[in-house]
Design a protein around this ligand. Sequence first.
Ligand SMILES: Cc1cc2nc3c(=O)[nH]c(=O)nc-3n(C[C@H](O)[C@H](O)[C@H](O)COP(=O)(O)OP(=O)(O)OC[C@H]3O[C@@H](n4cnc5c(N)ncnc54)[C@H](O)[C@@H]3O)c2cc1C
Length: 434
Amino acid sequence: MDKVTLFWFRRDLRLSDNIGLFTAYENEKNVLPLFIFDENILEKLENKNDARVQFIHNQVKKLHSALKDYDSSILVKIGKPLAIFEALTKAYAIQNVYTNRDYEPYARDRDEKIEQFLAEKDIPFYDFKDQVIFEKDEITNNSGSYYKVFTPYSKSWLQKLKQTTLTPVDLDGRKKSFYKTQPFPLPSLKDLGFKTSENSIPPLEIDEKLIRAYDKNRDFPARQGTSRLGIHLRFGTISIRRLVSEAHELNDTYLNELIWREFYMMILYHNPALVDTSFKEKYDRIRWDNNEELFQKWCEGKTGYPLVDAGMRELNTTGYMHNRVRMLTASFLTKHLLIDWRWGEAYFASKLLDYELASNNGGWQWAAGTGTDAQPYFRIFNPESQMKKFDKDKKYIKKWIPEYGSSAYPKPIVEHKQARERALETYKKALDGE
Ligand SMILES: Cc1cc2nc3c(=O)[nH]c(=O)nc-3n(C[C@H](O)[C@H](O)[C@H](O)COP(=O)(O)OP(=O)(O)OC[C@H]3O[C@@H](n4cnc5c(N)ncnc54)[C@H](O)[C@@H]3O)c2cc1C
């Protein structure tokens, strides 16, 4: 049996500036790259044209091709990770397993079980920080606890960044560290039970000009004002260290958004129960109306509120929705329609190309007022004034609602003032314990 060190790729699908891979490459021999198409995740995806699966498949294909330069390859498996590791320990004399850390509850549980299984066979499991600049307990307040509010967290994060070097770590082209092999077979999308998708993926490009003007343009959905790097951050096709180094030079507001990403990951790490409960517990007493017919209208972008509808249609068509409109559609669902934020969160999770549990959950709880945000629940976006402020020429609206302005466009499904009052009353009752 060949002696190998496994490097297990997950949310870090790149060779360059990949901390776990680099460390294995520097310290071990016969590094064998591995990727597992995890059936526990794939089985939950109802849409068999899911563009995210295609994206991952393409990236794995790129790694497969790039590793030929090292006379090596990537072993690609389909199945349940623990069963795959069981089989791999029979096929190879595994010396170590290296990987980068993932902070989501499912991933932590999976890794714990695999680490335990490997420990029984005396195989060390090494994991590394790679997908964030600061993780878990690295940013704490004076009493050593994690921050529950963003602003002091971000100040402390920026302070710590000053003492941190972000020099990229790259493989130096030597071939000797990788396991020598002919290319392994690569399963097709069809083997995974998926088909090709028509959704296009935003390019992996840091557009300096766009980022320099980010603070001026980012709130207007008709402009190309945001970086669209979400999916690349989600699957690690871009290095966060590289992006932060550039953002730091280019635009503070942009950097601040990358800090939000880490804030929500840190919050979810410390509160895994957030996956289905409110951060502020008493908000779980809210009596949602949960009208299925209205939910359907919201999903289809037929609420009669143009900016809400444009956003939902953009999401349904492209897998993307602009942040300003994400905030509005989420506020509208939870406050105007009194539908549980978990319904909206699940809908976004099924559609967003850049779906990321921590940010999606954080964004939804922010909009519903149940999360970490210090703002009281009575902040309720007015869809009409949001439209006047952020899409005054109706460019975005007309792009996504061709029938806008005609009799074919639906009348509003709720009246703003009444809906607002009903939300305030319902939230108050919940908080007063009635
Ligand atoms: C209800 C709701 C749901 C959301 N769901 C997700 C999600 O599933 N995945 C996701 O990555 N973001 C989510 N966001 C945050 C934000 O809307 C997206 O990150 C952003 O719109 C992605 O577009 P972009 O890549 O052009 O971002 P840019 O504006 O160019 O920002 C760059 C990167 O910073 C990070 N970022 C930006 N804004 C936020 C934010 N508010 N919170 C956390 N990270 C942020 C993202 O990684 C983003 O790609 C959600 C926001 C709301 C209000």
